[in-house]
Write a protein that binds this ligand. Structure first.
Ligand code: ATP
Ligand code: MG
Length: 175
């Protein structure tokens, strides 16, 4: 069996009186270790398919199997546990929670694991350090400000740096 198997999948979205058939009789087999580009016009069902493979959504009919597990038969809570342990998402938008600090945003999914507070902290610090964000760990909304930087002209960049500097917590007092 392939690592991802989509068997006769149909996905229908119902909105009041209208029905949109996003996927109809879709079949697909994917092996791990490959690299796949999913291409098609807007509205052709790419995101719908990815959401099904990632266990974010369920098919109206048909089966979705990932690594031998049949996602179509899992309960919501089984799916949530499976997603947490199996799937890594890179969303088009960052889906950051602005009221949380950079540290807390990275820590959030780890709260659903069995990691201790100490282990979570180590994971978060490693992740932030890998992307050069260690000093922004305690800043609220830092990640969303940070990801704007490459797209800005130098004047606007300066303003974002100023804003980040204001947000930075004061250095810990040395006693
Ligand atoms: N939650 C939803 N409720 C109602 N209709 C939806 C929903 N999600 C998707 N659709 C519809 O299903 C169809 C497929 O949408 P989908 O988002 O999968 O397309 P896509 O290929 O990812 O498009 P894009 O390239 O614009 O991201 C579209 O007609 C869309 O309007
Ligand atoms: Mg899409």
């Amino acid at each position: 069996m392939a690592d991802v198997e989509i068997r006769n999948v149909k996905k229908v979205f119902k909105r009041e009186a209208t029905e949109v058939v996003a996927l109809n009789n879709t079949n697909l087999s994917l092996e791990s270790g490959g690299f796949l580009c999913l291409m098609g016009p807007s509205g052709s069902g790419k995101s719908t398919l990815l959401n099904l493979i990632a266990g974010i959504d369920r098919p109206t009919s048909g089966e979705v199997l990932v690594d031998g597990k049949n996602l179509s038969t899992m309960s919501e809570s089984q799916l949530a546990t499976w997603r947490n342990q199996t799937i890594g998402f890179i969303f088009q938008s960052f889906n950051l929670i602005p009221v949380l600090t950079a540290f807390e945003n990275v820590e959030l999914p780890l709260l659903l694991t069995k990691l201790s507070k100490f282990q979570r902290r180590a994971h978060v610090e490693t992740a932030l350090s890998l992307v050069g964000l260690t000093e922004w760990a305690r800043v609220r909304d830092a990640l969303s400000l940070w990801h704007l930087l490459p797209n800005l002209d130098s004047q606007s960049r300066g303003r974002v740096y100023d804003r980040l500097a204001q947000l930075l917590p004061p250095p810990a007092e040395v006693t």
